[in-house]
Design a protein around this ligand. Structure first.
Ligand code: NIG
Ligand code: FE
Length: 397
């Protein structure tokens, strides 16, 4: 992760949807004199950013909760009072698929304008069979409309819906609904590649998360887990044990959790924008994870409650200034390792022969400027599978 392999004065030859060669521009032009030439000036061209954790399909924003937290009401207390995820669920249930897809399309285009070319999108604001299917269909519809690569995740286990909480059975009846009704519908209609669970005291227990993930694996889905976000509960260990592709959040991971991830192929996906926005003092221990040998990815966690940002380069800034990563580590975490967190690392996340031609051009001269100009939008264009995704808006001098 410490060596992003920066090359200077090179060209990238794209044939079809793949990178064919990286080398001196005049040599590439000699081999393919007919090729269309795009001058990147003195900009920095990186693999398109891979945002492996978003909740980008939702209705209204939840700005009122930011003030409540500022006044001292914690995130989980807001949820207990019927706000938080429950508020987004009430809102989403009143909206049609078209409306949700239109809202998501705008948000995905905003993500693209900051350099993101692959985005994972979770359901999780429906929490009934029909409503979760509506969200997953909205994701599928948006995926057809935007040129980005969109990876859908079923997060029916995002919260125990109010109607099940009222039964007082600790969510047992809802876990049955998830496993026996929702999961078969999601998989038979091929609406998701991953299953995810919000494993946190007060939401889904470790045992419930294991039940849902094991059933999802048997049904053919790859696995993710919201693990150790606010309190340590053994989520990272569970993710490693069930062979999850990624364990996400980890701000409250234990030493045993760090060791478990380091000894596994599970990617540790860190979401520093969330802790910043929640105003929580503790960030995930990125250095300890990297030094133990875990693969660390960064992502936005873009959602209306805990991380309303589409600005992935800002997350790189937080990776460096809050998680103590180097610029190289942060960029690898947002490309190569983001792709690994989605099971795509064999063809996405690198500018190398055979890889998908997913590229992002930035108005910078040094990769260390990507996390440096914080909050700025320096992306000047992106390409996905060799096609223009976010159009280049200004020439680079
Ligand atoms: O990753 N923690 C659970 N899910 C989201 C928050 C979703 C919401 O508040 O709407 C997260 O932080
Ligand atoms: Fe999340």
């Amino acid at each position: 992760m410490a060596d992003a392999a920066v090359l200077r004065d090179v060209g990238v030859l794209v044939v079809g949807d793949r990178v064919a060669r990286v080398g001196p521009p005049d040599e590439l032009e000699r081999t393919r004199p007919d090729a269309k030439r795009i001058d990147c000036g003195r900009g920095v061209l990186i693999p398109g950013l891979v945002d492996s954790h978003t909740h980008a399909v939702f209705g209204r924003p939840r700005y009122e909760e930011q003030e409540m937290r500022a006044a001292g009401v914690p995130y989980m207390e807001i949820a207990k009072r019927g706000g938080g995820i429950h508020a987004s669920v009430r809102d989403v249930r009143q909206r049609g698929l078209d409306d949700l897809a239109d809202l998501a399309e705008v948000r995905l285009r905003q993500l693209a304008s900051y350099g993101t070319t692959t985005v994972e999108v979770k359901s999780g604001y429906g929490l009934t069979l029909e409503e979760e299917l509506k969200l997953l269909r909205a994701i599928a519809r948006v995926a057809e409309r935007v040129p980005m690569r969109v990876i859908p995740t079923w997060l029916g286990a995002h919260e125990i819906p109010v109607e099940h909480r009222q039964r007082g059975d600790g969510g047992a009846s809802y876990v049955k609904t998830l496993v026996n009704e929702m999961l078969p519908a999601v998989t038979s209609q091929r609406l998701a590649r991953f299953a995810d669970v919000f494993c946190e005291p007060g939401v889904f227990t470790l045992d419930q998360a294991r039940t849902i993930l094991s059933a999802s694996r048997r049904a053919g889905l790859a696995l993710k887990l919201h693990a150790d976000e606010l309190e340590p509960s053994g989520g990272a260990e569970l993710a490693a044990d069930v062979g999850a592709t990624s364990a996400d959040h980890l701000a409250a991971i234990s030493d045993a959790g760090i060791a478990a991830l380091a000894a596994s192929d599970t990617v540790a996906t860190l979401l520093p924008g969330t802790m910043l926005f929640l105003g929580r003092p503790r960030q995930a221990p990125a250095r300890a994870l990297i030094e133990a040998g875990a693969a660390v990815a960064l992502a936005t966690d873009f959602n209306p409650g805990t991380s309303p940002t589409v600005n992935f380069p800002l997350i790189l800034t937080l990776g460096v200034s809050q998680l103590h990563m180097s610029a190289s580590e942060a960029i690898v975490a947002a490309t190569v390792n983001g792709a690994a967190a989605l099971g795509l690392a064999d063809h996405v996340g690198q500018i190398a022969p055979g890889f998908s031609a997913d590229l992002a051009l930035f108005d910078c001269e040094d990769i260390r400027e990507l996390p440096y100009w914080y909050g700025d939008r320096r992306c000047r264009g992106t390409w996905v599978r060799g096609e223009t995704c976010h159009p280049s808006s200004a020439p680079i001098s």
